[in-house]
Design a protein around this ligand. Structure first.
Ligand SMILES: Nc1ncnc2c1ncn2[C@@H]1O[C@H](COP(=O)(O)OP(=O)(O)O)[C@@H](O)[C@H]1O
Ligand SMILES: [Mg+2]
Length: 388
């Protein structure tokens, strides 16, 4: 994406899906969620969501606890009715499909394996209910277990498996039914942090092999970033931003998105010059103006926030030469992360700026330590202007 299409310039729809009526089904709108609302008595859990998911895509719904992710997923699975709006899969309204013919399958957060049944019986259960038997049953169960590399544990019971292995059985049990749409609710939440990362990669590879369209729910932004083709950031029952992980990280459309996805430095100020190709912002938090190399749409004096990611901030010993985008302060904290360090610099204004500095760059400035005087500086393309 070019600088020109950054968050603020893209403001007419700010990455939010617009209210839509059902379009003709195609590969780009394999799943269509149209004006969907869900109320539980007084609680409005989902407040008018519009979203299209592409065929074969791994899509993540990301948001903090209670924002309505599971409710939306449960409506997709047909486990909850919609209060108003429509959900279509390949152009067919879910409400018009009887539960047994819905082309979805949901893998629950808890996996919900039958404890008294072997791995293969767990995977076979749903197929048997559909009337699949004999050689076909055996082949499909074996195929699904091979896919998740659990064939050699076919005779074990769930309690004889690790958390990661149980998750793979649950996945096999979902995939064996060949759903058109696979729904995963917090698929990693029962796993320890260490195996979670490896499992994320494995899961992406398996879903890729099968080619199934998948919508997953997670509160973990790293998980959504590493796994998803596209993601929607949700807050209080609504989608606040939609895009690829790269788009949402580099061009957040609000303070909420900028802070939710990764960490960032936010400078509050007012627009003092606004041209098509640049904007100057004055902030009481910095000794010089902020300069961003794209324009915005709004009046002079408008309050804005500039987001600058820690990895875009350089640390220096000497005062920078430019007339903008820098601050002076002292090192307040250093977190050593291995290949890089996070420097917390307390500016003269009291503002704390976090800079992520590579070990290589630190060597070049003789690794500043606590209380040393330093300067932080960033380029005109590093900042994103946020108006909400
Ligand atoms: N069956 C239910 N009855 C009443 N309120 C519910 C029910 N399910 C969810 N909620 C409420 O809806 C909101 C969204 O819940 P949920 O979709 O589970 O959030 P998330 O999965 O994002 O953590 C919460 O306020 C929750 O308390
Ligand atoms: Mg949930």
């Amino acid at each position: 994406m070019s600088e020109q299409s950054s968050a603020v310039q893209a403001a007419p729809n700010s990455g939010k899906p617009q209210p839509a009526s059902p379009a003709v089904a195609g590969a780009d709108n394999f799943v269509q969620i149209v004006d969907v609302v869900k109320k539980f008595d007084e609680t409005v859990a989902v407040k008018g969501v519009n979203l299209s998911v592409k065929k074969g895509e791994l899509f993540a719904l990301l948001g903090s606890s209670g924002c309505g992710k599971s409710t939306l997923l449960r409506m997709l699975a047909g486990l909850e009715t919609v209060t108003s709006g429509h959900i279509l899969i390949e152009g067919v309204d879910l409400a018009k499909m009887p539960p047994y013919s819905r082309p979805t399958n949901m893998m629950f957060q808890s996996y919900a394996l039958f404890p008294h049944m072997s791995v293969e019986s767990n995977v076979a259960f749903g197929l048997k209910q559909e009337g699949v038997k004999g050689a076909e049953l055996k082949d499909r169960v074996h195929g699904a277990l091979e896919l998740v590399q659990m064939a050699r544990f076919a005779k074990r019971k769930p309690h004889q498996l690790s958390g990661g292995q149980q998750q793979r059985v649950a996945l096999a049990r979902s995939l064996v039914k060949r759903p058109k749409l696979l729904l995963l609710d917090e698929p990693m939440s029962a796993l320890d942090k260490q195996i979670r990362q490896r499992t994320q990669m494995e899961l992406v590879n398996i879903l890729d092999q099968v080619g199934v369209t998948c919508i997953m729910v997670t509160h973990d932004q790293e998980e959504a970033m590493t796994m998803a083709d596209r993601l929607a950031v949700m807050s209080e029952g609504q989608i606040v931003q939609l895009g690829t992980p790269h788009e949402v990280y580099e061009y957040p459309n609000s303070r909420f998105s900028a802070e939710f996805i990764g960490s960032t430095n936010l400078f509050d100020g007012n627009v003092v010059e606004d041209e098509p190709d640049h904007v100057f912002v004055e902030s009481s938090e910095l000794p010089v103006r902020l300069y961003v190399n794209h324009g915005i749409t709004g009046p002079l004096g408008m309050p804005v926030t500039i987001s600058v990611r820690p990895e875009r901030i350089a640390l220096m010993r000497k005062p920078p030469e430019g007339a903008y985008n820098w601050g002076r302060g002292t090192v307040a904290n250093i977190a050593y992360m291995g290949g890089y360090s996070l420097y917390h610099v307390k500016l003269d204004s009291g503002k704390i700026v976090v800079a992520s500095v590579s070990s290589l760059a630190l060597g070049e400035i003789d690794s500043p330590t606590w209380d040393d005087e330093v300067y932080v500086r960033w380029s005109a393309s590093a900042g994103v202007v946020l108006t909400s």
